[in-house]
Each structure stands twice: as structure tokens, then as C-alpha cells.
Write a protein that binds this ligand. Structure first.
Ligand SMILES: Cc1cc2nc3c(=O)[nH]c(=O)nc-3n(C[C@H](O)[C@H](O)[C@H](O)COP(=O)(O)OP(=O)(O)OC[C@H]3O[C@@H](n4cnc5c(N)ncnc54)[C@H](O)[C@@H]3O)c2cc1C
Ligand code: FES
Ligand code: FES
Length: 1349
């Protein structure tokens, strides 16, 4: 039991306030403490694994030795044990600044630079930037990128965030604040001058001159009390007792060593970045934790003549600094190892993790993917151990890394420091790693390599090679290295070394982590890189010493300039770019905000952490927590559910099963809670209700479910086709005579395309708070959803109470992307059952693992095509058959299939066409709506087909695209008429703005000169149909109240997901009512104010709701007209006062009866979409043929936004969706076990783009206005369309790979698989190394993962 009386007092500061806690739980984290105990909810939970940065805060500590504030450092609060904070000062986003008091420049700038959309990542971004500025008030751009590398954002595409940070990097930051006290939402006189001249193309989205300057003297000081504490450090051991765990923090090394004798099994918690995740996900449990945080001996650094000794307690960030310092001090030859370590440290995790993680923790954890251990192992590092008995040294060698007892620490020993020797002349050390993406990703394979050549020769005196990621621990290739001693450093040696290494570092086909052939290839590819590097160095030495190396002519030819490209890694660069849009009409009144780049309404609140998300709502009286129990079987009969052990746990209140549902349990085949049978791993079976979230979660593990497995079990599309397992009938569209056309063409090609699924990875996981009221069965539901009416309806049918008793509230949603259209209703309904059964409010917050497991995502797709064309590339016939993996229930799969088929033709006019689509039923979690709704997957098939035609005709793909594009007014395959003029404008403008043709030539030149690196370039056109294909979805309502003080409250049916819909609605209301935006307010979306709403999706949210708001405002203005006419000189407030006196209603409902969508699938004709968005994107990349890595060099996007309501928001949508699309097509890869279990359940395993993935040059232009009469002020909905333009990166990669294959005389038309991961790119660039590796017969082993597309 927790024992406050025995526990010491934990003392630390938060935002300048002292916290004294006796009753602290050692298992608790800083994040929980901030959010629950201190009610500081600006710090967000998004992953709980240190992988996303949403919970970033700043920690400051005083160093008694240097008598300075040890650097302020950013940390992830979700991994920071609360007890580790003794004597520290914590600053959270609330401590940085606030709307109510004073905004900090970081907060102001991120908001005004449009660096926030949903705002869920923003406090973390602010804290990373703030910490950087506390250490470096004028940072370099490299430091800025480094500081933000550990923060994920799923909405913005990062460009505006970097832009805001960059304003601190510049020279002049003098204060330009006007001090007018004017609301920044209002546009008044002179304001238009802020953003370029009228009616011109504008490139400025914010006015930097207005930003407050940074004044470091205004920051919170380090608390004097902590200073005194640090200077007279408490030497006494501090102990904190929890219910299950005791935290012991000794004050002296002696005490620590004695404690280690007493508790030999107790781990040392330093950064908790290894222990923390292990305790969470692998359910490790340690009753005693020892904290060496106060032991200064563990942070000592000693420079000796032969090397460097770094204290085990030094953080990886400190290690980075120490190494950099030493590199600057010593001659290059001595610092080879330090350089290799530093190279890896730069890409190891994000800044926050490097700040927390210790060198000792890293070494001792012996993670199989450790980046440092392979380098330390090859460079003969030694570990200095200490115990109560004394000290001793052990080598950090393969035996230690393998965990052999004889080479390991004894239980009572600890690691005091690591000694890393200097390198010497003729010695070369290098480090290699390849991960899914460049930064903040665990490596698939890494390596440390060292060779010592006999002085003055090229013969090997000593050689060490170690690999990570190819076994359970770091593996040393000791045997191979021994056999190569004495050999000369030449090609023959290289061949022999590859053979030996592949033999020694063998990886079974079923190895955990999969990617076996790729990993085998990397083993030898890295060696080849090392071989070349050493040759290069030797070349330099030869010049210096004219020694007898290189007699063999074979190696001299290898390092010809063409091959040097193998050597360089892609540098981390800071994106640059220009955003252009058209300024508003010169006659537009200055106060009218429509068409201007107005900041997101909540941006400042996002930046200060004051914006409330669902789980930020304070604890409600008698509130309970819910946790879900899910199926561990893919297809099975439920034999029994035993909840007794869960109910025995303290604080557990109840377990909710299907039997508790008073009304309808979902739909047939799609139950809310499983009954009798489960059809996927992750299906919800029951839910535990407890007094705390921790206890609810723990209790889920005590529920015993017995299953009986059922057949068949289907995961892949291939198997579904085999079993005829489909969710709905085939959808088909056809025009012309396909068969006949195939007869007449010059050539045909048949091919396959596989597109993987995608996880929404909205930063705010699914969450809901259900509050039952005491009267009339009423319920208030606060939920993170895109469709509150659907939640309301589902709860109503589940509880069997009328809809009118249920009110759903949505203040804002921390990202949706389609993932919060259907699923929140499931969680809302289950929580509501819990609330009704227990009579308590229920809070359900999914952790990231559960969210990813349960909710499904974008449908994986398998496409087959046959295309017939003339020799000059004119496509005459195209037949595409698509299958999507729908998972175990229908969800939106039928609609996705329909949209897929309707949109498959993209921008091309092909006379003879046949499109067929089917949704496969498999035993996987049900897939659902996702931005683009089938189009991003389907159009990839069409574009792949075009690329294949180009390859066959020997023409560039852009020629084939151009040749087959719609040119004149025409009809689509479903006979909807449209004019492609804007499409062609976008295409031509993109060709022009990107200087496509000259760059194509430059790319070719580059490729001729470089063998191991290749560039690729691609331009992709897009015709994207906006809206739902059903008439009932094209309606919206709004409710506008004017109060007697003249202030206006707007409510409408759209939900704020970060896309800025509320901002746009206020712009509309401001224009219509002719009053400033600051007089108008939107509080929330609620089913009580606007009923029967449509999901905010399909890019039309602002279109339809804007028209409804406009309608309501026009009704009100009409009522006011007589008064205004009578007193034209009056003010708005006067008119409202008068209207009230005259009993004129100041409240109006607006309604928009939208587009009449129609589609006859029998006949294959219809007018399903109100309009199209056109666009084009050109991307250029460079690939590393030896590792499969790529670098995005440049992207240019032209998008037809018509008359943008708000160019800043629209450009934000385009950039954000483009980057999300780029993730889909390059790095986001979901991995499933052969049993259908999703492995990728955290940001560690699933890589969404990070800040360093943004193209080096990223330009976005809104096409100067065209007109769309159907939408509000001729604007267009741009929420989804940018997603597909991300495929330009995919096709640029494919272009580079095709060049490689052409050059190497391998078939160009390889199977297209998305995402183009490093694995796929590397394996497609077949060479002597891919030929060398052993290949397994697929029949002989069970793979770690299975492809489901
Ligand atoms: C999001 C994230 C991303 C990451 N990315 C990478 C990456 O890209 N590459 C990579 O290589 N690693 C990566 N890591 C792993 C990280 O490097 C290690 O978790 C970290 O270095 C461990 O240090 P720590 O201080 O946090 O150890 P802790 O978790 O505190 O402790 C780990 C273990 O070390 C022991 N220990 C610690 N200090 C001592 C000592 N002085 N004497 C004896 N035993 C000791 C403890 O008893 C414990 O068993 C990542 C981790 C996270 C969370
Ligand atoms: S929530 Fe802490 S890093 Fe993601
Ligand atoms: S604004 Fe960054 S996650 Fe939404």
C-alpha cells in the first residue's frame, strides 16, 4: 500500500510554483501528474511512448559542480517518472504564456504563422521551440530542426511550424509591436498593406513585422529555493513508497552501491526511455526502482591521452556535446570513433529522448537496434564498473552484448562510465544505419565498422564489424573479421568479406521484424560503403605518403567519380519554399475578411494550451474510467468470458458486456460488443469500469476469455478472392468497347499494383466523456468526432431512448482525417452503456496501442490492369479491377468502392474503359473512411499504368500523361459533363513553375554521372471530385443569434477538426452581417443547437455550412434592413437595440439545400459530384541505391482553389494533406502477423512523416481564380485533394528506380508496391549485393509478417 507517512517529500517546481508531494506514486509519470493532479492540461497525451512529442515540457536543473543551470532540456512527460523530478524546475506550456496574461513570442509566432491546425501537437511544438530559445536565443536553422525532430504533427505538414521558428533565427528581431491593443482578427485601415499589394499574387501569409521580439530577461527564473537545495545537496536517501513500487534515490555513490547489494534485481532508472516502454508494453514489473539521479560521479567526463571516459549518467545529448567538443580539439585521425558515434547520435530518436536517455542506460539496455553499441563494440570501448566491492573493467564486446553471464555486470554492480579510446593513424571507423525514414526512427539495420591497416600499406592488421537489427542483440562478425586479417583492402577482399559476413550474420527467413532479404542486403551494402570510404581515405594517404597501396588496378577503378556517390549520406536540410495566392479584389471593403489569410480562430489558444480538447474537461463528480477488452483471435467462437478476477481488483466497479446493452447491439455482423463470435483481433468484447484509468487498464488483463478457433481465417485480398469473401456486390463502370479496342491496339501490358493501408494517426486518440443526467434519461456526451449526430443516433438505439434525450458536444477534434466519422459512435455507445449501468459519468480515452489496433484505417488495395495503346503512347483501352481489404465488417467499404471506381479515371480521357471494384471481407479490423476515400489508392493504379505505358513506349511518363489527358469539354466515364480547362491550366503552370523540362535534363545528367545515387522526377495531374455521392448529404443548417449587446453567436453543423471551418464560418458571417469577426463567436458544435447534421467530411464542410451560415445571416440582415435604412448613420449596436425594442427576432436558422447528387449504378450514369478540384504536383527525389533511402529535393504544387475563403487555411490543407499522402506512399507501413495481429501500434513501428521529411524546397500556388457558382463565394473545398498529389513523390522514386534498372539492364516494369519504403527501393535496385544474399524458399518458413494488400 502507498504509505505517505513513510515516504519522503517530493519537492520540485512547476511553472515557478513549489510542489510538495508526500503521496506520490513511483509508477506515475510527470504527464499524469500535470494533467490529473495539477490540472495543467496543455501538455497532451498522444502516444505514451516518447515517440510523438505532444507531451513535451522543459526541465531545468542546477549543476552544483559548475554552479550553473544545467542546460534547460526538453523531455517527454509521458516517460518522465514523477519521482525523478526531485529538485527540478518544470515549465509547461501554461508557464510559458497565456492569452489571459501575456503571450510568449513562440506562442504568438506559431499561431500567426498558421503553424497550428487541430492544435493537438502545438503545445509540444511550443515547448520544444521554447526550450531551444532558452538555451540559444538566436538559434541556427539546424538547431531548430534538431529541436523539432521529436515532435510529430499530423495536420500541417510542418512547413509553417518551421517558418515560425525560423523567425527567431534571423538577425534582426527588434520589437515591431504596434501596441494598438487591436484584435488581430480584425482587418481595418492600412491592414491590407501588411500582406502585399491588392489584386496581386501574394506570397506572404503573415506579417512578421508585427511579432513581439524575444526578450530572454522576461523568462521565469530558476527557483532560488532549488538553487539552495542544489548547492547544499541532500545526501540522505529519499524513498517514495507506492502501492506496488518503491522508488529509492540515494544521495551518495556509497549508498547507491549498498542499495544495489540489498536490491540486486532492482534496475537503475535514469532516462526511463528503455525501462518505461518495457514496463508498459512488455508488462515488466519491478517492485523496487533505484534512481542514481543525484549521484554526480556518474556524470563525470575525463579526457585522457588515449581516450575519453564518459559517465554512465550523461545523457545522450550531453554525450553529443562532449564528442563534438573532443572532435574540435583533437586531430582528425584520433576522432574517427567519436565522429561515427556523433553521426548516429544526430539521428537517434528526437531531441527529447536524447535529453533524457543516458549513455549507461543505452549501453546496458543492449537493445537489438542500439545505434551506439555496434560502434562502441568495434572501437574497443571498455565499461568501468563499480560495486561496494570495488571497481573493474570489462570490454564492451560481443560477449557482453550477447548478455553472457561471464562478460556481464554482476547484480550488485553498476556501470560508472564508458571509456572510448581514440582512433589512430591508419585506423578507420564508420557507422551506418538505415531506418524507415531519415530522422526519429529506430534503424532496421545499423553497423559499426573499424579497420586498422598496417602502417603504410593496405593490408588489414585489425578488423571489427558489428551489426544491430539482425538478431536479438548487437552481433559481432568476429569470425569473418579474423579470417580477413592480413588481406589487402581490395575487391577480392570485399567479395570474400561479403561471403563470410552473409554466412556469419545469418538471419532466418522467419526473423522477428521481417524485411529479411533487405536486412541481408544491407549487411553487405554497408560493408561496401565502408570499403569505398576506406579506399577514399587511403587515396588521400597515398598522396601524402606515396606508399605501396593500390597496386591492384581493380580498386582504383571502383572509386571513379561515378561511384563516389555511394559515400555520402543525405544531409538533413531545412525546407524552403514559397506559397502564392491571389490577393482579394481591390474593391473589397477592408473590413471584409473573406479571401484573406486570417489566422485559425483557436490558434493562440492552441499555442498556450488553453484550447480544451475532450479529455481536458475537468473531472466530473463521481466520474469512472473505462478500458476495453479486445479479441486476441482473428476468427473464433467465444466459449466463455470470466470477469471474476477483474472484479476482485481494488477500484474496479463493473464489467460491461453485450448483455448489459438495453437496446440494439450495433448491427447484424457489426456488433458494438462481440457476442458468441469474434471476427478479428482487436474486436471489442467487453469493457471494464474502474475508479482510475490505470486500474481499469490493469483489470482488462485479468479478464479470461476462452475461444474455439473457427475456419476460415482470411487476412489477405488474395485469400478473400479465393474464398469468394466479399462485403458487397461488385461495382462496375464501363464505356466504349474494351474488348474490341484491345484487338486493335499496337501493344498491351498487364500489371499489378499493391497499395498498403494507412493509419489515421490523428494526434488525439479516440475519446469520449458520457455524463448521465439525473432527469428523464438525459445524457450529455462530449466526444471527439466528425459526426456527433451519428454518435447521438447510435447511443439512442443502443440505450433504447429517444434521440432528443442525448446531446453531443464537440468543441474541437485533435485530428480526424475520416477516422472519427464512424468509430466514435462505437466508443460513445459503449461508454453510454457503462454510464447507464453504473449511474456514473464515464470517461473513455483510448491509448495509442488500442486506437491503432481497434479502429482500422485506409483500405489496402490490390489492382490489376490491362492497358492497350498505340506505339506513340495513346491509350485506347484500359481495364482495371480493384480489390480493397475491407476488414471484417462493411463500415464504409461499399462507399469507398464506389468512390474508387468513380474516380479511377483521374485526369484521363480513355474511350474504352472498364473499372471494376470489390470490397473483400477479411478477419482484420474493419477499415473505414480516410481522407481521399479510395481515390489515393485507386488513382495510383491508373498512374502506374501510365508509367508502364511510358516505359514500354520508351517515352517519358509526362508525355503519356499529357497525351491522354482530358483536353476539351467532355463527359466522365459516368457521363457527368465537365470542362477540363482548369486542369490543363494547373498542369501547364506546374510544368512551368517547376521548370520541369530543364530539371528533367538535369536529372538525367546527374544520373549519368552517379552510379549509386539516382535522381527521379515526376509530375502528376489530378481531377478530384468533391462531395458525397448522395443527395441527403448535401444539406446543412446553422443557427445565428444576435444578443442585445450586438455580439453574435454562430452555430453550424460542421465540426472543427483543425481544418479551420469555424474560422471560415466567422469570415462568412462577418461579410454577411458587415461586422468585424471579433464581434462573432462560435462556442461548439452541438446536436442541441443544430440537429440532424451530416458528417464533416468529403471536403464540403465549409461549402455547405458556409451557405447555411450565409442564409441565417441574410435572414437576420433582412429583418434589420428597415431599421438600418431608417438610421443609416447608426451603429450595429444601435440597430440591434432598436430591433429588440421593436420585437424583431434576433435569432435565425439558416439552411442550405445543396447539390442533388445522383448516380445510377445499373446504367453507369450520374451526376454524383457538385464540382471538381484540379491540381498538379511535381516532385524530385534522390535515392540511395545501396540503402533504399531517399531525399525529397523539391515539390511544386499548383491547386485550383477558385476564390479561396482563406488562403492561409487552404494552403495549410494542401500542404498537410500532401505530406500525409507522401507518408502513405513512402513510409507508413502497417505490419500484420500471420495470425492477423497488427504489430504497428505506436510511433516506434509506424512512421508518419517528421519535420525532416518535408521536401527541401516546397512551393505551393493557388491557381488565380476560376469560378464555381455552386459554392460559397466561389471557393472550393480542399480538405482531401492534396493527399493524392503526395504520389508525385512515389512516382519520382519510381522514376529513379526505373533509371537504375535501365542502366543495369533489368526489366523496368517491376511490380508496383506502395509505400516505396527503403526496403522496396533497395530490393528493386538489384545489383551484385542483392544477388549475393541467400534467398529462402517461402514454403520452408513462417514469415514474421504477411502482406494483406
Ligand atoms: C521514442 C524512442 C526512440 C528511440 N530511438 C532510438 C534510436 O533511434 N536508436 C537507438 O539506438 N535507440 C533509440 N531509443 C532507445 C534509447 O536510446 C534507450 O532507451 C536509452 O538510451 C536508454 O537510456 P535510459 O537512460 O533511458 O535507460 P533506462 O530506461 O533508465 O534504463 C535502462 C536499463 O539500463 C540500466 N542502467 C541504466 N544506467 C545504468 C548504470 N549506470 N549501471 C547499470 N545499469 C544501468 C537500467 O537498470 C535499465 O535496466 C529510443 C527510445 C525511445 C523511447
Ligand atoms: S505522448 Fe509523450 S511522446 Fe507521445
Ligand atoms: S496541428 Fe499538429 S497534429 Fe494537428
Amino acid at each position: 500500500m502507498r504509505c505517505a507517512s513513510r515516504s519522503d517529500e517530493l519537492v520540485f517546481f512547476v511553472n515557478g510554483r513549489k510542489v510538495m508531494e508526500r503521496n506520490v506514486d513511483p509508477e506515475g509519470t510527470l504527464l499524469t501528474f500535470l494533467r490529473k493532479n495539477l490540472r495543467l492540461t496543455g501538455t497532451k497525451y498522444a502516444c505514451g511512448r516518447g515517440g510523438c512529442g505532444a507531451c513535451t515540457v522543459m526541465v531545468s536543473k542546477h549543476d552544483p559542480v559548475s554552479r550553473k543551470i544545467q542546460r534547460h532540456f526538453s523531455v517527454t512527460a509521458c516517460l518522465m517518472p514523477i519521482c525523478s523530478l526531485y529538485g527540478a524546475a518544470v515549465t509547461t506550456v501554461e508557464g510559458v504564456g497565456s492569452i489571459k496574461t501575456r503571450l510568449h513570442p513562440v506562442q504568438e509566432r506559431i499561431a500567426k504563422s498558421h503553424g497550428t491546425q487541430c492544435g493537438f501537437c502545438t503545445p509540444g511544438m511550443v515547448m520544444s521551440m521554447y526550450t531551444l530559445l532558452r538555451n540559444h536565443p538566436q538559434p541556427s536553422e539546424e538547431q531548430l530542426t534538431e529541436a523539432l525532430g521529436g515532435n510529430l504533427c499530423r495536420c500541417t505538414g510542418y512547413r509553417p511550424i518551421l517558418e515560425s521558428g525560423r523567425t527567431f533565427c534571423m538577425e534582426s528581431n527588434s520589437c515591431q509591436q504596434k501596441g494598438t491593443g487591436k484584435c488581430c482578427l480584425d482587418w481595418g485601415e492600412n491592414d491590407s498593406s501588411r500582406l502585399g499589394k491588392k489584386n496581386e499574387i501574394c506570397t506572404k501569409l503573415f506579417a512578421k513585422e508585427e511579432f513581439q521580439s524575444l526578450d530572454p530577461t522576461q523568462e521565469l527564473i530558476f527557483p532560488p529555493e532549488l538553487l539552495r537545495m542544489a548547492e547544499n545537496p541532500e545526501k540522505r536517501t529519499l524513498t517514495f513508497y507506492g502501492e506496488r513500487v518503491t522508488w529509492i534515490s540515494p544521495g551518495t555513490l556509497k549508498d547507491l552501491l549498498e542499495l544495489k547489494v540489498k536490491h540486486p534485481e532492482a534496475p537503475l532508472v535514469v532516462g526511463n526511455t528503455s525501462l518505461g516502454p518495457a514496463m508498459k508494453s512488455q508488462r515488466q514489473f519491478h517492485p523496487v526502482l533505484l534512481s542514481p539521479a543525484r549521484i554526480s560521479e556518474l556524470s563525470m567526463v575525463t579526457k585522457t591521452s588515449d581516450g575519453l571516459t564518459i559517465g554512465a549518467g550523461c545523457s545522450l545529448a550531453q554525450t553529443q556535446d562532449i564528442l563534438a567538443e573532443r572532435i574540435a580539439e583533437l586531430p582528425e585521425e584520433k576522432t574517427q570513433t567519436y565522429r561515427a558515434l556523433l553521426k548516429h547520435l544526430r539521428s537517434l530518436a528526437g531531441q527529447q529522448i536524447r535529453n533524457m536517455a543516458s549513455l549507461g542506460g543505452h549501453v546496458i539496455s543492449r537493445h537489438c537496434c542500439s545505434d551506439l553499441n555496434p560502434v562502441l563494440a568495434v572501437s574497443n570501448a571498455t565499461l568501468n564498473l563499480i560495486s561496494a566491492e570495488g571497481t573493474r573493467q570489462i570490454p564492451l564486446n560481443e560477449h557482453f552484448l550477447a548478455g553472457l553471464a561471464s562478460a556481464d555486470l554482476k547484480p550488485e554492480e553498476i556501470l560508472e562510465s564508458v571509456h572510448i579510446p581514440h582512433s589512430q593513424k591508419w585506423e578507420f571507423v564508420s557507422a551506418f544505419r538505415q531506418a524507415q525514414c531519415q530522422q526519429n526512427a529506430l534503424p532496421h539495420v545499423n553497423a559499426g565498422m573499424r579497420v586498422l591497416l598496417k602502417e603504410g600499406t593496405d593490408s588489414i592488421e585489425d578488423l571489427s564489424i558489428a551489426y544491430g537489427g539482425v538478431g536479438a542483440a548487437t552481433i559481432s562478425a568476429h569470425r569473418s573479421c579474423q579470417q580477413l586479417l592480413g588481406r589487402r583492402w581490395n575487391e577480392l577482399m570485399l567479395d570474400e568479406a561479403c561471403r563470410l559476413l552473409l554466412d556469419e550474420v545469418s538471419l532466418p527467413g522467419s526473423a522477428p521484424g521481417g524485411r529479411v532479404e533487405f536486412k541481408r542486403t544491407l549487411v553487405v551494402s554497408f560493408l561496401f560503403k565502408f570499403y569505398l570510404e576506406v579506399l577514399q581515405e587511403l587515396k588521400k594517404l597515398v598522396k601524402l605518403f606515396s606508399v605501396a597501396v593500390g597496386a591492384d588496378s581493380r580498386h582504383r577503378s571502383e572509386v571513379s567519380d561515378q561511384f563516389l556517390s555511394a559515400l555520402e549520406d543525405f544531409p538533413v536540410t531545412i525546407p524552403q519554399g514559397v506559397q502564392t495566392y491571389q490577393n482579394v479584389d481591390p474593391h473589397q471593403p477592408l473590413q471584409d475578411p473573406v479571401g484573406r489569410p486570417i489566422m485559425h480562430l483557436s490558434a493562440l489558444k492552441h499555442a498556450t494550451g488553453e484550447a480544451m480538447f475532450c479529455d481536458d474537461i475537468p473531472v466530473v463528480d463521481k466520474e469512472l474510467f473505462m478500458a476495453l477488452v479486445t479479441s486476441s483471435r482473428a476468427h473464433a467462437k467465444i466459449i466463455s468470458i470470466d470477469v471474476s478476477k477483474a472484479l476482485e481488483l481494488p477500484e474496479v466497479v463493473d464489467v460491461i458486456t453485450a448483455e448489459d446493452i438495453p437496446g440494439t447491439n450495433g448491427a447484424e455482423g457489426d456488433k458494438l460488443l462481440a457476442v458468441e463470435e469474434v471476427t478479428c483481433v482487436g474486436q471489442i468484447i467487453c469493457a471494464v469500469v474502474a475508479e482510475t484509468d490505470v486500474q481499469a487498464k490493469r483489470a482488462t488483463e485479468k479478464i479470461e476469455i476462452t475461444y474455439e478457433d473457427l475456419e476460415p481465417v482470411i487476412f489477405t485480398i488474395k485469400d478473400a478472392i479465393k474464398h469468394n469473401s466479399f462485403l458487397c456486390p461488385e461495382k462496375k463502370l464501363e464505356q466504349g468497347n474494351v474488348e474490341e479496342a484491345f484487338e486493335k491496339v499496337d501493344q498491351t501490358i498487364e500489371g499489378e499494383v499493391h497499395v498498403g493501408g494507412q493509419e489515421h494517426f490523428y494526434m488525439e486518440t479516440q475519446r469520449v466523456l458520457v455524463i448521465p443526467k439525473t432527469e428523464d434519461k438525459e445524457l450529455d456526451i462530449y466526444v471527439s468526432t466528425q459526426d456527433p449526430a451519428h454518435v447521438q443516433k447510435t447511443v439512442s438505439s443502443t440505450l433504447n431512448i429517444p434521440i432528443n434525450r442525448i446531446t453531443c458536444h464537440v468543441k474541437r477534434v485533435g485530428g480526424g482525417f475520416g477516422g472519427k466519422v464512424g468509430k466514435p459512435a462505437v466508443f460513445g455507445a459503449i461508454a453510454a452503456v457503462g454510464a447507464i449501468k453504473t449511474g456514473h459519468p464515464i470517461r473513455l480515452v483510448l491509448d495509442r496501442e488500442d486506437d491503432m489496433l481497434i479502429t482500422g484505417g485506409r483500405h489496402p488495395l490490390f489492382g490489376k490492369y490491362k492497358v492497350g495503346f498505340t506505339n506513340n503512347g495513346r491509350i485506347k483501352a484500359l481495364d482495371i479491377e480493384c480489390y480493397i481489404n475491407g476488414g471484417c465488417t462493411l463500415d464504409d467499404s461499399e462507399l469507398v468502392t464506389e468512390f474508387l471506381i468513380l474516380k479511377l479515371e483521374n485526369a484521363y480521357k480513355i474511350r474504352n474503359l472498364r473499372f471494376r471494384g470489390r470490397a473483400c471481407m477479411t478477419n482484420l479490423p474493419s477499415n473505414t473512411a480516410f481522407r481521399g476515400f479510395g481515390f489515393p489508392q485507386g488513382a495510383l493504379v491508373t498512374e502506374s499504368c501510365i508509367t508502364a505505358v511510358a516505359a514500354k513506349c520508351g517515352l517519358p511518363p509526362e508525355k503519356i500523361r499529357e497525351k491522354n489527358m482530358y483536353k476539351t469539354v467532355d463527359k466522365t466515364i459516368y457521363k457527368q459533363a465537365f470542362n477540363p480547362e482548369t486542369l490543363i491550366r494547373c498542369w501547364n503552370e506546374c510544368l512551368d513553375k517547376s521548370s520541369f523540362h530543364s530539371r528533367r535534363m538535369q536529372v538525367e545528367e546527374f544520373n549519368k554521372k552517379n552510379y549509386w545515387k539516382k535522381k527521379g522526377i515526376a509530375i502528376i495531374p489530378m481531377k478530384f471530385s468533391v462531395g458525397f455521392a448522395a443527395t441527403s448529404y448535401h444539406q446543412a443548417a446553422a443557427l445565428v443569434h444576435i444578443y442585445t449587446d450586438g455580439s453574435v453567436l454562430v452555430t453550424h453543423g460542421g465540426n472543427e477538426l483543425g481544418q479551420g471551418i469555424h474560422t471560415k464560418m466567422l469570415q462568412v458571417a462577418s461579410r454577411e452581417l458587415k461586422i468585424p469577426m471579433s464581434c462573432i463567436h462560435i462556442s461548439e458544435t452541438s446536436t442541441a443547437t443544430v440537429p440532424n447534421t451530416i458528417a464533416t467530411a468529403a471536403s464540403v464542410g465549409a461549402d455547405v455550412n458556409g451557405r447555411a451560415v450565409q442564409n441565417a445571416c441574410q435572414i437576420l440582415l433582412k429583418r434589420l434592413e428597415p431599421i438600418i435604412k431608417k438610421h443609416p448613420e447608426g451603429t450595429w449596436e444601435n440597430w440591434i437595440e432598436a430591433a429588440f425594442e421593436q420585437r424583431i427576432s434576433l435569432s435565425a436558422t439558416g439552411y442550405f439545400r445543396g447539390y442533388k447528387a445522383f448516380m445510377d449504378w445499373e446504367k453507369g450514369v450520374g451526376d454524383p459530384f457538385p464540382y471538381y478540384v484540379y491540381g498538379a504536383a511535381c516532385s524530385e527525389v534522390e535515392i540511395d541505391c545501396l540503402t533504399g533511402a531517399h531525399k525529397k529535393i523539391r515539390t511544386d504544387i499548383i491547386m485550383d482553389a477558385c476564390c479561396s475563403l482563406n488562403p492561409a487555411i487552404d494552403i495549410g490543407q494542401i500542404e498537410g494533406s500532401f505530406i500525409q499522402g507522401m507518408g502513405l506512399y513512402t513510409t507508413e507501413e502497417l505490419k500484420y502477423s500471420p495470425e492477423g495481429i497488427l504489430y504497428s501500434r505506436s510511433p516506434d513501428e509506424y512512421k508518419i512523416p517528421t519535420i525532416t521529411d518535408v521536401p527541401e524546397e516546397f512551393n505551393v500556388s493557388l491557381l488565380p481564380s476560376s469560378q464555381t457558382p455552386l459554392t460559397i463565394y466561389s471557393s472550393k473545398g480542399l480538405g482531401e485533394s492534396g493527399m493524392f498529389l503526395g504520389s508525385s513523390v512515389f512516382f519520382a522514386i519510381a522514376d529513379a528506380v526505373a533509371t537504375v534498372r535501365r542502366e543495369r539492364d533489368i526489366a523496368e516494369d517491376f511490380m508496383v508496391q506502395s509505400p516505396a519504403t527503403p526496403e522496396r527501393v533497395r530490393m528493386a535496385c538489384a545489383d551484385r549485393f542483392t544477388k549475393m544474399i541467400p534467398r529462402d524458399d517461402p514454403e520452408t518458413f513462417k514469415p514474421w509478417s504477411i502482406p494483406i494488400a
